[in-house]
Design a protein around this ligand. Structure first.
Ligand SMILES: [Zn+2]
Ligand SMILES: [Zn+2]
Length: 109
């Protein structure tokens, strides 16, 4: 079902080890919690332009995990993290590009 529109999640499941997202094109992405936390690009994490930098992994607890999620409109999902962070939005296209599965990782090269 690969249409030209944006891929959107059909199911978001917070599991013990991973946040598992099923997409409407049939793909499933399993994101380790901390990996996903480090993908946050909100102003709190990476700063505001022009002082934008990378999120410093040292500031994120090793055992951070997603406690809850909610979808924002039709384009993004927001997580409540165990470190108290919740302002980061993950647009679906960014999330999908961050999919750590071998197939997607290979496609990026
Ligand atoms: Zn953030
Ligand atoms: Zn993938």
């Amino acid at each position: 079902m690969a249409n030209q529109g944006i891929v959107t999640p059909t199911n978001i499941d917070i599991q013990h080890d991973v946040v598992s997202i099923q997409w409407n094109d049939g793909h499933t992405s399993d994101y380790p919690h901390r990996y996903l936390r480090l993908e946050c690009h909100c102003a709190t994490c990476v700063g505001e332009w022009p002082n934008k930098g990378d999120l410093d992994p040292e500031t994120i607890p090793l055992d951070v995990y997603a406690m809850e999620h909610q979808t924002i409109g039709r384009y993004a999902v927001q997580f409540l993290w165990s470190d108290g962070h919740y302002t980061g939005l993950y647009p679906y296209d960014v999330l999908r590009k961050a999919c750590p599965c071998p197939e997607c990782t290979a496609a990026k090269k």
